[in-house]
Write a protein that binds this ligand. Structure first.
Ligand code: SF4
Ligand code: SF4
Ligand code: FES
Length: 286
């Protein structure tokens, strides 16, 4: 789903502050722009909001609603004129507390969930804890949406109820996975394991060989990732022969040669030593 605000500027009130927004703009985006914090676990700038985690619940009302109010997910609720939004009212806190309580029952061993629950005063879940603790996944779905957005759509939810989980087909290694690790990068609970050793990356029980920069030897992307994004982006195979730093260095060397200037190789290499990001990589907002 793509979403565009309609463009008309309106005024709304968030936690007592009057804030300008465009009609249709999602409340979470408006609040964030105004520096107002709303917890949002399944929201990431790389993908459209999905309203899965419900942690971003806020209470909305209007002066014309005669005291009536309701809870909505801020990441998906479009702004309207005269809206009054409370991000930390008693019903909001109560709803978030229940969510944390449930997640703690599902993932009692997750450090992320334990910390989150503690912020809402929960040390022990009041629900029946999972008989077999799950894999620390709170089923926010962010990994699935990111994988879909990148293209492979290799993982999804399988099973129902307490056995629901994120996996590949038949719960085995996902055949369409290209090993880009974007899913692991965005996972709030860090429960997707990625291991890199001796030039290989293991994720979702699949092993991928990593390409290394032909100049400095730094590992870059998996072979499958290079092929996939090479095809998708129309990049030649040579695109992945050098890391970003070596590409910049090579360009600078060529430029200085043309200009007839000397180049201090080490200086440029070190000064520009930012980490390599593949086209398939995403950064997390957390
Ligand atoms: S590693 Fe990449 S392709 Fe594989 S499941 Fe994760 S996001 Fe999808
Ligand atoms: S694996 Fe992580 S990102 Fe995916 S649904 Fe579970 S908690 Fe969310
Ligand atoms: S951030 Fe809104 S429902 Fe998850």
């Amino acid at each position: 789903m793509s979403h565009e605000p309609s463009g008309r500027v309106v005024k709304i009130e968030i936690d007592g502050r009057v804030v300008e927004a465009r009609t249709g703009e999602f409340l979470l985006a408006v609040a964030r722009r105004a520096g107002i914090d709303i917890p949002a676990i399944c929201q990431h700038e790389a993908v459209d909001p999905a309203g899965n985690c419900r942690m971003c619940l806020v209470e909305i009302t209007k002066a014309s609603w005669d005291g009536w109010s309701r809870l909505v997910t801020a990441c998906l609720y479009p702004t309207e004129q005269d809206l009054i939004v409370k991000t930390h009212s008693a019903p909001v806190i109560e709803a978030r507390t229940v969510l944390c309580d449930l997640w703690l029952a599902r993932c009692p061993d997750s450090a992320y969930v334990q910390k989150l629950a503690a912020e809402f005063g929960i040390e022990k879940t009041s629900y029946q804890p999972a008989a077999v603790p799950t894999d620390q996944c709170i089923l926010c779905g962010l990994c699935i949406r990111v994988c879909e957005k990148l293209g492979p759509a290799a993982i999804y939810t399988v099973n129902r109820g307490g056995r629901k989980k994120v996996a590949g087909p038949f719960e085995g290694p996902p055949p369409d996975c290209i090993g880009c690790a974007a899913c692991a990068e965005v996972c709030p609970t860090s429960c997707i394991t990625v291991a890199e050793r001796d030039g290989t990356r293991t994720i979702w029980d699949k092993e991928f060989q990593l390409l290394a920069c032909t100049t400095c030897g730094r590992t870059l992307v998996t072979i499958e990732e290079a092929r996939y994004f090479g095809r998708k982006g129309g990049l030649g195979e040579s695109y992945y022969q050098l890391c970003d730093r070596c590409k910049r260095l090579q360009t600078a060397q060529q430029a200085t040669k043309v200009a007839g200037l000397p180049l201090t190789v080490g200086g440029l290499g070190e000064a520009s030593g930012r980490p390599f990001r593949s086209p398939g990589s995403l950064t997390t907002s957390r």
